[in-house]
Every structure is written in structure tokens, then in C-alpha cells.
Write a protein that binds this ligand. Structure first.
Ligand SMILES: [Zn+2]
Length: 71
């Protein structure tokens, strides 16, 4: 994906942080592990099981920011 594509000559860093909707634990996708998982899925989302036991999904919105949401 083009989350870090040069945009108008300025390197545009996407917000790679997202939080568990339940316990608010913050995840950082700085190694693009989740991004790659999203790209492999047809729906563009990836499922995450948090340490607190909550299942949630995350994806990247049109601005390239990581967002989390419940199923
Ligand atoms: Zn959690």
C-alpha cells in the first residue's frame, strides 16, 4: 500500500497507531505487519485478538491512518 508515498514532495507519514476498543491498549504498526495483513485480505481489514481477550478489526482509512473497530 502507499501509506508512505511521497505526497506533494513531502514525505507523508501515516498514523500507524491504533487502540483496542475495549482496554485501550495502544498498538503501533510501525513495522507494517498489520498493514500487510490488511492488504492480503479481500476486505482490507485484519482481525486482532487483544491481550484482554477482545477481538477487533483494524484497517487503514482513506487518509492512511490506522483505525480499529469492533466486529
Ligand atoms: Zn484489549
Amino acid at each position: 500500500m502507499e501509506a508512505k508515498e511521497i505526497n506533494n514532495g513531502i514525505l507523508c507519514m501515516a498514523n500507524v497507531k491504533f487502540a483496542c476498543p475495549k482496554c485501550k491498549k495502544v498498538y503501533s504498526d510501525d513495522k507494517e505487519i498489520y498493514l500487510n495483513r490488511c492488504n492480503k485480505n479481500a476486505n482490507g481489514c485484519t482481525k486482532i485478538k487483544c491481550d484482554c481477550g477482545q477481538l477487533f478489526y483494524m484497517t487503514y482509512n482513506y487518509k492512511g491512518d490506522a483505525v480499529s473497530f469492533l466486529p
